[in-house]
Write a new protein. Structure first.
Length: 153
């Protein structure tokens, strides 16, 4: 499976927000959105990844982009993870059906049944403008990839 390609219209999807409401493709309309797919809350690389992205939030959001973190963890785990880290990046759960959205975006790591590390940038029209899939779940995409992806969008 390959990551969703730039120029592709985002498919219909539904993810759970921390408050239990749904986040869908309609929430992407009218703004640039960065979706960061990560494997597991509380894992060492994921912890580092969200902390690094939080430090770079002023650069990521300077032109109005919004960033969300997506994993196959249940919502309550994501909330605890975000609160323990003290990061403001909103979490979106792809728990049930497990990995359904990650599969649509080409960001699911089937051998381990989890989200792979990927970044997908969606433009205000709901079309993918940039995407990146890590070679493996242990490889953390640097914040420079997000900045470069936003600049290319």
């Amino acid at each position: 499976m390959s990551i969703i390609a730039p120029g592709t219209q985002v498919p219909s999807f539904s993810l759970a927000r921390e408050d239990g409401s749904q986040f869908t493709e309609a929430d992407l309309q009218g703004k640039t959105t960065v979706l960061v797919f990560y494997p597991f809350a509380f894992s060492p690389v994921c912890t580092n990844q969200l902390q690094v992205y939080t430090e770079a939030l002023p650069e990521i959001t300077v032109d109005g982009a919004e960033i969300y973190a997506v994993s196959t963890d249940p919502t309550f785990s994501q909330v605890a993870f975000r609160e323990q880290l003290g990061v403001p990046i909103q979490q979106l759960s792809d728990f049930e059906p497990k990995g359904a959205t990650a599969k649509l975006f080409g960001a699911y790591f089937e051998p381990a049944g989890m989200t792979n590390r990927a970044i997908v940038i969606v433009g205000p029209d709901g079309c993918v403008t940039w995407s990146h899939l890590a070679d493996n779940p242990g490889e953390m995409p640097g914040v420079n990839l997000i900045i470069d992806g936003l600049a290319a969008s």
